[in-house]
Design a protein around this ligand. Structure first.
Ligand code: NAG
Ligand code: NAG
Ligand code: NAG
Ligand code: NAG
Length: 539
């Protein structure tokens, strides 16, 4: 630190003390953010014409908002500057996960997000705590060897794989939670979504614009957004919640309704497949219903009789019930992976070893069994579980009915990722400022909720649920398959609707459905074209 910096730090400290007299502990005094040009490493894979220029900055926040004097953390920020000056203010982003730092999304979709938002706002990513690249990375192991030998990491069954799977998941999660507590007892309580919400308001303060929040949250980022809206209703200028999570369910520890549109997504795939046999050989001469029954029959066959593969250079791999379900389920997250889903399903129903081998190879080469058996991502569990309000229990009997409800909510996806619920129900580290309230408020300006036609993890019903208690909010349907507008097929209508909202606050009519502009077996999701159209009409 130079003498000048030291002097500034002392002055800042004095100002902070003075300001602290006027502020409650939840709003921290801040200094202006110093922005410096930076290039994101994640841009390396983005075609040059789609790259955006970025600036990076940091902001200092309390480690613990219940005791701001204790210690601080530096939060990383990335800005995509407004293309017209002066900027109409900043829009802040959270890409969910939880545990997603957001760099990849900002690098890949920055141009698109800027075009949709109208090109006259600064877009700012506040890299969340607990994430890789953020502050306070949440990890549970001393070493990768320790990590790889953890039972839960090695192997996670789908809940429906056997009748002992649930108990197995539960008991392993108990050990995992304990491992994390041992490793993270210093900082594991300071990474939750309510803490992140305070960080975001700290950024709003430091930006020194109009003191109002403009926010676009995706997936789990809608939970952060809901906390912001419920906690700071008078400071909401614009808020788009895209791919909505039912916050009440997150608080309770079981995201029961989350996969409830996944079966609809698979049915939609089957219908499109039989309508478009040239792109989907699995259709043969079947009806959509027959194709769907065949898929489930094949999954059941594999459950009882898994297939073993031997990959030269990588070793043996078992394609079983859990792995097959994960393959199918994760293709439903993206609209442009339907051609790949089509050939997977074709190979699956025909038990075509050569075809299946292609899929197996692509995953084995990429970390093997763990990669598709949904190895727990520590930072995801660390953040999400610290948001749970229900008290932890060590007794599976207390929560079995919630597991059963989740498994019943979707045939294809309901029994996957139960290790998250199992960890959260036994989690010992609640966020220190955890949000325990309801999600009801009259925000100064109403929220725009966006849900997709059939999103495998954030269903329409959750968007309606959350909208119901935020006064004046509207739910619009982006009529594409996939998870959030980011990963689904493009729609100029959706883009223009979100743009009008950011520019003038105009909300769509309740019940608005925006059609997608791309055909269902297109491997291009169409957003580049929409981005070009928006950019051309803006200039
Ligand atoms: C890019 O990667 C390098 C090497 O891993 C790292 O030191 C640097 O901080 C990264 N830059 C950004 C902006 O993340
Ligand atoms: C807390 O964490 C430290 C390491 O940071 C560890 O040595 C200690 O055993 C942990 N305590 C508990 C109770 O887990
Ligand atoms: C929203 O979901 C919660 C949790 O499932 C439920 O208790 C509540 O009744 C729902 N509210 C509405 C308006 O659907
Ligand atoms: C079938 O797929 C092709 C190629 O993507 C597409 O052009 C066509 O519109 C599709 N037809 C239907 C009915 O989805």
């Amino acid at each position: 630190m130079t003498a000048v910096q030291t002097l500034l730090a002392i002055l800042t400290a004095i100002i902070c003390v003075v300001l602290a007299l006027y502020n409650d502990a939840s709003s921290i005094p801040t200094t202006p953010i110093q922005w410096k040009p930076c290039s994101l490493n994640e841009s390396a894979t983005i075609p040059p014409e789609q790259q955006v220029s970025t600036q990076c900055g940091t902001i200092t926040a309390p480690l613990d908002y219940t005791d701001p004097s204790r210690s601080t953390v530096d939060l990383r920020l990335v800005k995509i500057p407004s293309l017209s000056k002066p900027s109409q203010g900043s829009i802040l982003f959270n890409f969910g996960g939880p545990g997603e730092p957001g760099y990849t999304y900002f690098a890949a979709y920055g141009q698109r997000l800027q075009a949709i938002a109208g090109q006259n706002h600064d877009l700012i990513l506040v890299v969340p705590r607990g994430t890789v690249d953020g502050s306070l990375l949440f990890e549970c192991y001393e070493s990768t060897v320790a990590r790889d030998s953890d039972a839960l990491v090695r192997r996670i069954l789908a809940g429906g794989a056997t009748d002992v799977a649930l108990g197995d998941i539960w008991a392993n999660a108990a050990g995992f939670a304990k491992t994390c507590e041992r490793h993270q007892n210093q900082t594991g309580r300071f990474i939750g979504s309510a803490t992140t919400a305070r960080d975001i308001m700290g950024v709003v303060d430091a930006l020194d614009e109009d003191g109002m929040l403009r926010f676009w949250g995706f997936s789990y980022g809608t939970f952060v957004g809901s906390i912001l809206a419920a906690t700071y209703p008078d400071r909401i200028h614009r808020m788009v919640l895209d791919g909505v999570i039912n916050g009440h369910e997150i608080q309770q520890g079981f995201d029961i309704e989350a996969p409830s549109d996944a079966d609809k997504a698979l049915s939609g795939f089957c219908s499109a497949c039989v309508e478009n046999k040239s792109e989907c050989s699995a259709a043969r001469d079947l009806t959509a219903d027959e194709l769907e029954s065949q898929i489930y029959a094949s999954i059941e066959e594999i459950r009882l009789d898994p297939m073993s593969f031997f990959i030269e250079g990588a070793g043996a791999f078992v394609l079983d019930y859990t792995n097959v379900k994960f393959f199918i389920y994760f293709y439903l997250y993206y609209s442009n992976t339907w051609p790949m889903l089509a050939s997977l399903i074709d190979a699956l129903v025909r038990k075509d070893r050569e075809g299946l081998n292609t899929y197996v190879q692509s995953f084995v080469g990429n970390g093997g069994q763990a990669a598709i058996s949904n190895a727990p991502i520590e930072h995801m569990i660390g953040i999400r579980c610290s948001d749970i309000v229900s008290p932890p229990t060590s007794d599976l009997a207390n929560v079995r009915k919630f597991f059963e409800a989740r498994m019943a909510s979707s045939r294809i996806g309901g029994d996957l990722t139960l290790f998250i619920n199992a960890n959260c129900a036994q989690w010992p580290m609640a966020d220190v400022v955890q949000y325990k309230g309801t999600f009801a408020a009259q925000t100064k300006n109403p929220i725009l909720f966006v849900g997709n036609r059939a999103d495998p993890i954030t269903p329409m019903v959750s968007a309606r649920n959350m909208s119901a208690s935020f006064e004046g909010s509207v739910v619009m349907q982006h009529d594409s398959y996939g998870h959030t507008t980011l990963l689904s097929g493009a729609s100029l209508c959706t883009a223009k609707t979100i743009q009008s909202y950011f520019l003038s606050g105009q909300l769509p009519e309740p019940g608005t459905v925006c059609p997608t502009d791309v055909s269902r077996f297109a491997s291009d999701n169409g957003w580049d074209k929409v981005t070009q159209a928006l950019t051309a009409s803006a200039s």
